[in-house]
Design a protein around this ligand. Structure first.
Ligand code: GDP
Ligand code: IMO
Ligand code: MG
Length: 439
């Protein structure tokens, strides 16, 4: 094995999702040959503005928006074929060339309406912790994957095999749902026919994407790995059980694409200048006062997929340090700095306390995390517009101090700053590791 090629980089969320990954991946995908998604499904919503056009990408990597770039849906994803085809159609009708540029792993798993049924009903069951999922059936589909009864894209393309597998898996699901008293009538035969029809449209895009990626890397091409969700929603490292069901952190890029760790040259975390979360679960720095509302309004913090209001709060240094360790972050991108423009003071959580004890590590349980008291330091706000600023020197001094504070407390460089949703509303720090990796 040769040395890791610096050219291949992971960009992922370092908080609870919606950090602005879509904008950042779109912006820097021009520097790479291939953009690959490695986990999740259509629970993700990555918003990209290009001039007047708004795109919300759910399954397809944001790199698809760059003409001539290859987009890969890796084996780590769960795919609802109807959702995928709807996304492809919407992109093509907006003039984005998808056919010929998108490749789908034959090892990715297929998501069925029965997964949504299982999720809907289990979320509503009395006595069950409600996770506040996106209701897309993501968790139950990954459950089937881990239980080794999942149906993969390669199976879907083999009609005879698919019919037998589908009938057997659905028979089991119906029996379980009936036993639990949660069965909702579904026309299983009609659904099977629909999936077979989808399979024919998907077939030309399906291949062994790990082979495609590894060959491309051997040929000197570069890959940008696009994470969905965020580190704190990672099935292993997040705020379990209030997490998603996949590996959103850096390790997932390898298992979810079949590209080995020795081929990855850097990891970049995307983080808001504050923090948000959608759905249930502990959130130490949540601002339950008017400030949270002010952030939500200024930041338009409503879910890109479900439209739910996002819970808003202050930048959390211990959480970011944890994410930096789990992912080996080389650099962070701080997005939505402009959303803080109006605040007189900006609290930043610099530590967690439990009673009189200062915590040195991220508590593993929800019960413990719910009890931590954030220790805040208050920084002065800059009280002027940073919206759209594209040069570091033009930032107000207090905004620079805020960024320097985040950098020194998290121990990770702030290599890039986003000051608006558009491509040109971005600052890249000269000489940073970030600039070396992507810019
Ligand atoms: P993702 O899931 O990480 O791609 O993020 P989302 O698309 O769900 O949410 C981020 C939202 O913030 C989107 O509506 C973006 O257009 C918007 N956005 C991204 N960066 C900035 C920024 O620097 N300033 C402002 N005001 N909006 C931004
Ligand atoms: P992007 O990629 C924010 C949250 C849900 C819920 C939990 C589990 O746009 O950042 P799931 O449907 O995945 O089983 O829900 O995870 N969640 C997200 N939150 N951004 C996302 O994606 C999310 N995808 C899932 O709200 O709390
Ligand atoms: Mg999102």
């Amino acid at each position: 094995m040769g040395l890791a090629k610096m050219g291949n980089v992971i960009i992922l969320g370092s908080q609870w999702g919606d950090e602005g990954k879509g904008k950042i991946v779109d912006l820097f995908s021009g520097r790479f040959d291939i953009v690959a998604r490695y986990q999740g499904g259509h629970n993700a919503g990555h918003t990209v503005f290009i001039g007047e056009n708004k795109f919300v990408l759910k399954l397809i990597p944001s790199g698809i928006l760059r003409p001539g770039k290859i987009a890969v849906i890796g084996n780590g994803l769960v795919i609802d074929p109807a959702a995928l085809l709807a996304e492809i159609d919407a992109l093509e009708s907006a003039g984005v060339a998808v056919a010929g540029n998108l490749f789908i792993s034959n090892r990715a798993h297929v998501l069925f309406p029965a997964h949504r049924m299982m999720e809907r009903l289990s979320e509503a069951r009395p006595g069950r912790v409600s996770i506040g999922t996106t209701s897309r059936g993501i968790g139950p589909c990954y459950e089937d994957k881990s239980a080794r009864r999942g149906i993969r894209i390669a199976d879907l393309l083999n009609t005879e095999l698919f019919r037998a597998q589908y009938d057997s898996v659905m028979e089991e699901k119906v029996a379980v749902a009936r036993t639990l008293g949660i069965y909702e009538d579904q026309d299983l035969r009609r659904i099977r026919d629909e999936y077979e029809a989808c399979a024919e449209r998907i077939r030309p895009m399906v291949c062994d994407t790990s082979q495609l990626l590894n060959q491309a890397i051997r040929d000197g091409k570069t890959v940008l790995f696009e994470g969905a969700q965020g580190t704190m929603l990672d099935i292993d490292h997040g705020t379990y059980p209030f997490v998603t069901s996949s590996s959103a952190s850096a390790g997932g890029a390898c298992t979810g694409t079949g590209v080995p760790p020795t081929r990855i040259g850097g990891v970049i975390g995307v983080s808001k200048a504050y923090i948000t979360r959608v759905g249930g679960g502990p959130f130490p720095t949540e601002a339950l006062d008017g400030a949270g509302e002010q952030i939500r309004r200024r930041g338009n913090e409503f879910g890109a997929v479900t439209g739910r209001p996002r819970r808003c709060g202050w930048f959390d240094v211990p959480l970011l340090r944890y994410a930096a360790a789990i992912n080996g972050l080389d650099s962070i991108v701080v997005t939505k700095l402009d959303v803080l423009d109006e605040f007189d003071n900006i609290p930043v959580c610099v530590g967690y306390r439990a009673g009189t004890t200062e915590l040195r590590e991220m508590p593993p349980t929800v019960a413990q995390l719910e009890k931590v008291e954030p220790v805040y330091e208050c920084l002065p706000g800059w009280r002027c517009s940073t919206f759209g600023i594209a040069s570091y020197d033009e930032l107000p001094a207090k905004a620079k101090e805020y960024l320097a504070f985040l950098e020194s407390r998290t121990g990770v460089e702030v290599g890039c700053i986003s000051t608006g949703p558009e491509r040109n509303q971005t600052i890249v720090r000269e000489g940073s590791r970030f600039a070396k990796l992507v810019a």
